[in-house]
Design a protein around this ligand. Structure first.
Ligand code: THU
Length: 136
């Protein structure tokens, strides 16, 4: 049984998904994050005829929040949703970006339209990640 907090963020990601621009793949993805002070930011996937320019929902969501002045330490939880049989699996690029732009305690909810939820830490998503400390 998921808490109201988890389900409400999954529902925000479902709302975000409604704005998907996925005219090529027809695979709509939504993401939503909640900050410690309760603000919600949305992101969805935005495709391009030059396929490599597509931006995934997770990165759009994080870039949206950061662009609006959110500090990574303020991001409490992030939900990601697609119309998949099992909770959606974020791509490798998004795992790397989630790792960069969140702190160690962020709670990540992988979900689908049935609101099945897999709870992850960022370390579950990308173990032994290349990060800023490797540049020291
Ligand atoms: N997509 C995401 O938005 N997030 C992911 O983690 C996986 C893939 C999008 C990119 C593209 O628009 C569509 O899903 C199919 O790959």
């Amino acid at each position: 049984m998921e808490s109201n907090e988890v389900i409400s963020l999954v529902e925000e990601a479902i709302k975000a998904r409604e704005n998907s621009y996925c005219v090529y793949s027809h695979f709509a993805v939504g993401a939503a994050l909640r900050t410690k002070d309760g603000r919600i930011f949305h992101g969805t996937n935005i495709e391009n005829a030059s396929f490599g320019l597509t931006l995934c929902a997770e990165r759009t969501c994080l870039f949206n929040a950061i662009s609006n002045g959110v500090n990574k330490d303020d991001i409490m939880e992030l939900a990601i949703v697609a119309d998949t049989e099992k909770p959606v699996s974020p791509c490798g690029a998004c795992r790397q970006v989630i790792f960069e732009l969140t702190n160690k305690d962020v709670r990540i909810y992988l979900s689908n339209l049935k609101k099945e939820v897999l709870h992850m830490s960022k370390y579950d998503l990308i173990p032994y990640c290349f990060d800023g400390s490797d540049l020291d």
